[in-house]
Design a protein around this ligand. Structure first.
Ligand code: TMP
Length: 213
């Protein structure tokens, strides 16, 4: 099973990854945890370019192609081999992020992005996508609190530095995707406490595991 986590900055995905893996392991599943960008050694170098706040001049098309390069490496080096060994893959962000950030928010053609995905990734899609949803203002202020307190990497703030309108587009873009594929997306109310979110995820994943029994 291929599970992806999506959401705006400060939505708490990364905080919940450990709980998700502990839950799946407890149910007897062997898990691989990974993320985009940066799920491979080569990807980590691409991530540094993509998230460096100094790279203000990065062209949107170059940005898109760097995310695609990271993903091509990641899929072939890590995701497909893990899935074919029967392991569960839990990935913090995947191609929906490209649709909303580079498509909806940067304004690149979404149909073209979808065609690129079909061409390069041969239609690989997650089985389940947990969307951590909350108002952009709340997420962004959480993210900046974490950056200012040092619990989040201050060298990776290129997207956090975008204005609130950008993050509103991202949030609404994700919600639009859930309407297009309601069977794949499970929306988690990420404005709740860490414990409440953990409980909602456990309930959701229990239902998903029932489906594949
Ligand atoms: P994160 O690891 O803290 O979630 O940061 C990754 C950043 O990269 C986040 O701001 C969203 C952005 N991103 C894209 O713009 N497009 C993509 O395809 C992916 C995977 C991430």
């Amino acid at each position: 099973m291929f599970i992806t986590l999506e959401g705006i900055e400060g939505s708490g995905k990364t905080t919940q990854v450990e709980n998700i893996v502990a839950f799946l392991k407890d149910k007897g599943h062997d898990c691989v945890v990974t993320r985009e960008p940066g799920g491979t050694d080569i990807g980590k170098k691409i991530r540094a370019i993509l998230l460096d706040p100094e790279n203000r001049g990065l062209d949107p098309m170059a940005e898109l192609l760097l995310y695609m390069a990271d993903r091509a490496q990641h899929i072939r080096e890590k995701i497909l081999p893990s899935l074919s060994q029967g392991r569960m893959v839990v990935c913090d962000r995947f191609f929906d992020a490209t649709t909303v950030y580079q498509g909806f928010a940067r304004g690149l053609d979404v149909k073209r992005i979808t065609r690129m995905h079909d061409l390069v990734f041969d239609g690989l899609k997650p089985d389940v996508t947990l969307l951590f949803d909350l108002p952009a203002k709340v997420g962004l202020s959480r993210a900046w609190n974490e950056i200012n307190s040092g619990s989040r990497d201050g060298s990776e703030t290129r997207f956090e530095k975008e204005d609130i309108a950008f993050h509103d587009i991202v949030r609404n873009g994700y919600l639009e995707l859930t309407d297009l594929e309601p069977e794949r997306f499970r929306v988690i109310d990420a404005s709740k406490s860490i414990e409440e979110v953990r409980e909602e995820i456990t309930k959701t994943l229990s239902e998903e595991l029932e489906k594949i029994k």
